[in-house]
Design a protein around this ligand. Structure first.
Ligand code: ADP
Length: 409
């Protein structure tokens, strides 16, 4: 029997999201989530899509990731999809920070674990949680290939001119300060899908990808390779996000330290958790902001305008970086669903060949689609992202290749 199933794990500090996919037809067999790990109110929600599709829930304290993954394994077993199945080819792990070194999905061994651990200072929130998930999965299935798929990997093709900050080189290198970029799995998937939508090969198209979820980032992709992206050393830089400020003058930080007496940790919380849309108007959900604008709410209107102004600046900047643009692709929660954001982001850019067609832009659909008028030189596309499928695809490609190599030897 050929093993074609991939379990995708996305381990956060207090949650584990998972999907089991069958790569023979890219179908999803089960999806689920364990949240509030370590609290009294933990919850596991499991949906076996291959079976009756009815979700099952466990509401009980789940102490740690080990217990969480064991509970997931039991749920999967109940559907005949257990981790001991010979059809399971590998486990693919989302790892947020792969630094400069990890440019590709990588089979995890001790050396890889050490390197991911070495990167904790640049990803203090994410890499420890990702590592816990990996170690737990390895203890459950030590014989199975476990693959790390890095959020940063797609951006490692950025030229030094885009990746380096203009700060003292020795200081930057000593502390590994450079622009790494994030959401890479999504930017890779969406830029490839956009080429498909245009009926072209990825090598032949230049795309600006706008991943607008709660976190948001833009990337400039030339011929399938990332040449610039808006997130930097951490996911704080760039666009206005749900709770993150995106770009600010770095002097804001010393100013707050000197004048407001705030500590580094307090400013960290301010810029990451209390800024962006929520800081501007008290809401971080674009649906709520649109509703409030409809009622004439000024703060919501200004938050929306600031969000769109920044977005437009990045479209212009990446247009200039790429020189020629074939498509601007919107993705993730806001990008896929908020037609007014798409419309406002390209408004006034007709001279650049950019426009949306009102009727096409208003259509709701889960399918990749073009929303620009036929005459427009640049396609404006809505391309739903699928990070889990992309992680599964990259994981499967790697283990299938290894199996092929073994057979040849
Ligand atoms: P995450 O970064 O958490 O993965 P998502 O990509 O799921 O985020 O995006 C979540 C955001 O998408 C929500 O906070 C909300 O602002 C936005 N969103 C979801 N649905 C809609 C909608 N129908 N209209 C406008 N915005 C939406």
């Amino acid at each position: 029997m050929t093993a074609t199933r991939i379990l995708v794990l996305n381990s956060g500090s207090s949650s584990v999201k998972y999907q089991l996919l069958d790569m023979s037809d890219n179908s999803r067999l089960a999806v689920g989530l364990v949240e509030r790990i370590g609290e009294e109110t933990s919850r596991l929600k499991h949906t076996p899509l291959a079976g009756d599709g009815r979700s099952r829930e466990q509401n009980r304290p789940i102490a740690d990731h080990d217990e969480a993954l064991k509970a997931v394994a039991e749920e999967l077993s109940q559907d005949g999809l257990g981790l001991d199945s010979p059809e399971l080819a590998a486990i693919g792990h989302r790892v947020v920070h792969g630094g400069k070194r990890f440019t590709q999905p990588t089979v995890i061994d001790d050396a890889v674990l050490k390197e991911v651990e070495r990167l904790i200072p640049v990803a203090p929130l994410h890499n420890p949680a990702n590592l816990t998930g990996i170690r737990t999965a390895m203890s459950l299935r030590p014989d199975l290939p476990q693959v790390a798929v890095f959020d940063t990997a797609f951006h490692t093709t950025m030229p030094e001119s885009a990746a380096r900050y203009a700060i003292d080189v020795e200081t930057a290198d000593a502390h590994r300060i450079r622009r790494y970029g994030f959401h890479g799995t999504s930017h890779a998937y969406v830029s490839r899908k956009t080429a498909e939508l245009l009926g072209k090969r990825p090598e032949d198209v230049n795309v600006i990808v706008l991943h607008l979820g709660n976190g948001a980032s833009a990337s400039a992709v030339r011929g399938g390779m990332c040449v610039d992206t808006s997130m930097g050393l951490t996911p704080l830089e760039g666009l206005v996000m749900g709770t993150r400020s995106g770009d600010v003058d770095p002097a804001v930080i010393f100013h707050l330290m000197r004048v407001a007496g705030m500590s580094a940790d307090e400013i960290d919380v301010l810029l990451n958790k209390k800024s962006g849309l929520i800081g501007l108007c008290g809401d971080n959900d674009m649906r709520e902001i649109r509703r409030r604008i409809g009622e004439g709410d000024e703060a919501a209107r200004l938050a929306f305008d600031i969000y769109v102004h920044r977005l437009k600046k990045y479209i212009g900047a990446y247009y200039a970086v790429l020189g020629r643009v074939d498509a601007v692709a919107f993705t993730a929660g806001v990008g896929e669903n908020a037609a007014p954001v798409r419309e406002a982001a390209v408004a006034g850019l007709e001279e650049l060949g950019l426009a949306v067609d009102g009727a096409l832009n208003a259509v709701r659909s889960d399918e990749p689609r073009i929303v620009s008028p036929e005459y427009a030189r640049v396609a404006v596309a809505v391309v739903p992202t699928d990070e889990e499928l992309e992680i599964a695809r990259q994981t499967y490609a790697l283990v299938a290749n290894r199996a092929g190599d073994r057979q040849e030897n």
